[in-house]
Design a protein around this ligand. Sequence first.
Ligand SMILES: [Mg+2]
Length: 180
Amino acid sequence: MPYKALLLDRDGVVNIDHGYVGDRSRFVFMDGVFALARHAMDRGFRVAVITNQSGIARGYFSEAAFLELTGWMRAAFQAQGVELAGVFHCPYHRGGTVERYARDSFWRKPNPGMILEAARRLELDLARSVFLGDQPTDMEAARAAGVERRVLLFPDGASTAPEAATSVIRRLEELIPALR
Ligand SMILES: [Mg+2]
């Protein structure tokens, strides 16, 4: 039987978005992210991260450095009792300077490729799943993939929700009661 999932964007949801975070020194976890992920796991959700990383295509950090940082991030979640079922990243960007990554990709949000791949590999039922992101492109990718609940984290309080979002929260903990 497929699993429901809590799918998390990374920058701006798991960690503070300082812009192209490629090493630990600039990786600061968002308040409440561990509690949210732990709650989701307790309620039977698989938790996975779905992240555009155009910093790789732009030459700001290598894919190896990203993977090393991801290993450290996963260990930090584990230390808080959370097993991430997967971390999916898209290194590509058409405007990149690193030739092998300088192209469009079906994986790059707002395209749904990463989410569809996560669903295939992790046996997810996207119709029962939640995507949490901080950009309209997260909401668009999730909608294109068929994720039923699309939650925008907007700390400053959105005047109008992007059309692809199904709800808006200002703090991560606000999502906890909705994960059942
Ligand atoms: Mg983000």
